[in-house]
Design a binder for this molecule. Sequence first.
Ligand code: E4P
Length: 216
Amino acid sequence: MKFFIDTANLDQIREANALGILDGVTTNPSLMAKEGIRGTEAIEHHYKTICELVDGDVSAEVLSTDFEGMVAEGKRLASLHSNIVVKVPMIKDGIKAIKWFSSNGIRTNCTLIFSAGQAILAAKAGASYVSPFIGRIDDSNWDGMELISQLSHIYTIQNFRTEVLAASIRSALHIVKAAEAGADICTCPLDSILGLLKHPLTDIGLAKFLEDAKKM
Ligand code: E4P
């Protein structure tokens, strides 16, 4: 399973990248706004900076919701750097745009996926990735991880090349469960990635080793 970080914060991207396990970055308008990035020039500059930091795919989301607007925006985003993957919302015009992008050699990440039906449509249109939002599904009292298992199974038996990118990750356990459910990629906040490091027996064991080392 590949690891992406789900943030537009450059320090967090650098910290995750320094671990040597980072395969890419996902952003969304909320994450960009959180970093105070405003205006087309600043937004495009920020995407380029992220692309220069990480050797991997960087999802950049279109803000238009009509076909022509999404195509124009996506073409411009894709021209910023070869690592850019155009993030397109799961709406009717989004599907048309994904089909246009895939026919024109531009990779896409279909975002805001909450059902298998949506993911089938995105795969048919040629999306490179689909992003099922695990945490938000769990918040609605449904089972987000069940959707990951379902998509992995459907894409395998139907030979779809679209990859399942587990998104809206809220914990280290979500990452483990997404791996178990067959996600191709997990995009995670830095805290959830660092959470994978933690185990009290590791801390206790290391303290004992270091103590005993003094007697060596
Ligand atoms: C996916 O690409 C989104 O950026 C993200 O995972 C959404 O997560 P949230 O539900 O924590 O906002």
